[in-house]
Design a binder for this molecule. Structure first.
Ligand code: SAM
Ligand code: SF4
Length: 334
């Protein structure tokens, strides 16, 4: 079997999978324009994995060699019981890194608990420093709350804090340098993300608001001097050091620089689908497996090993009107 021994997951293109991203809720207190429709219908509870089921599946992956788990959503910090879940995953002996992606709205009150839960790194989404634009992009968010949340986590010794900014032409593309300056002032990193065509959104087309990583980098180099970094965090970002600072700038470029050849990750959706690729629909229903075979860890692990055979070689993102992938980022786990 061209998949794995009992401790590693390998796909048929020879890529080792040691990174799992989990969407623990599809719900969110924001409605970011690029992520969700304004009126969203969220999943009924019975369709969503319980926290115990999420932990069971996480354990199966960790026993199969997964070293890094990212908890995301939706907004992960609004799921009741998130802290005990993080505590349990963070204590697992085989895990190297428990990391989190959040919109920052609940960081102020949870910063210390997250640190105590052994969350190592936190990515906070922040697309603009202008309160009105922030409200327009997130539809319901409050910039000040998020800034206070970021301040709260910088007081703890997390291994890395990073801003994630999705840049859209004529919405926030003129703010790139202010965001870099914000990262520099706070001694944290920042990644710029090209918008991905997930789900159907309202308003102008995604192609119209596409702003490439090359454009962003050229803008940054007007004000900052960058040196390519050899460091990697095991993700799709290409990093540059901002000279004479502690800040690194990353670029996640699904359109302009395909990153699939080094893909080391799979995703668990909020409904328990194991997604083998963010930009394709290949998946395996792990919720069905664990509900039909309660307590059978060996069977679950066998299914996960087998599922590596259908991991696609690459994503098929395009800027065409109709996206290839109809699910939204919040159920998928960005
Ligand atoms: N709610 C949390 C947050 O916003 O950080 C975690 C989930 S969110 C889906 C994870 C990341 O996906 C965020 O950084 C967000 O900006 C990004 N994202 C959402 N929709 C996207 C899209 N269509 N293209 C690119 N990035 C997207
Ligand atoms: Fe919520 Fe994050 Fe999606 Fe924004 S990007 S709507 S904060 S899940």
């Amino acid at each position: 079997m061209n998949t794995s021994d009992s401790h590693t997951l390998m796909d048929r293109f020879g890529r080792k999978v040691d990174y799992l991203r989990i969407s623990i809720t599809d719900r969110c207190d924001f409605r970011c324009q690029y992520c969700m429709a304004e009126e969203m219908t969220f999943l009924p509870r019975a369709q969503v994995l319980t926290l115990e089921e999420i932990y069971t599946i996480s354990c199966a992956f960790m026993e199969l060699g997964v070293k890094k788990i990212r908890v995301t959503g939706g907004e992960p910090l609004i799921r009741k019981g998130v802290l005990p879940l993080l505590n349990k995953i963070g204590q697992h002996k085989s895990l190297d890194e428990l990391v989190l992606t959040t919109n920052g709205s609940h960081l102020k009150s949870m910063a210390k608990d997250l640190y105590n839960a052994k969350v190592k790194r936190i990515n906070v989404s922040l697309d603009t420093l202008n309160p009105l634009k922030f409200k327009a992009i997130t539809r319901t968010g409050n910039l000040q709350t998020v800034l206070e949340g970021i301040e709260a986590i910088t007081k703890h010794d997390f291994a890395r804090i990073k801003i994630n900014a999705v840049i859209l032409k004529n919405k926030n593309h003129t703010e790139v340098n202010d965001l870099v300056q914000f990262a520099v002032n706070n001694g944290i990193d920042i990644s710029f993300i090209e918008e991905m065509p997930l789900g159907i959104i309202q308003g102008e087309s995604r192609a119209e608001r596409y702003y490439s990583s090359d454009d962003i980098k050229a803008d940054i180099e007007q004000r900052f001097s960058l040196t390519a970094s050899l460091e990697t965090t095991g993700g799709p970002s290409h990093y540059f050091n901002v000279n004479q600072t502690q800040t690194r700038v990353g670029f996640i470029s699904p359109h302009s620089a395909n990153f699939c050849s080094t893909c080391n990750r799979v995703r668990l959706t909020v409904e328990g689908q194991l997604l083998l690729c963010l930009g394709q629909e290949h998946s395996v229903d792990l919720k069905h497996i664990i509900r039909a075979n309660p307590g059978d860890m060996n069977y679950l692990k066998q299914i996960i090993i087998e599922s590596m055979k259908i991991k696609p070689e690459r994503h098929e993102f395009t800027l065409k009107e109709q996206p290839v992938v109809l699910r939204y980022m919040n159920t998928t786990g960005g």
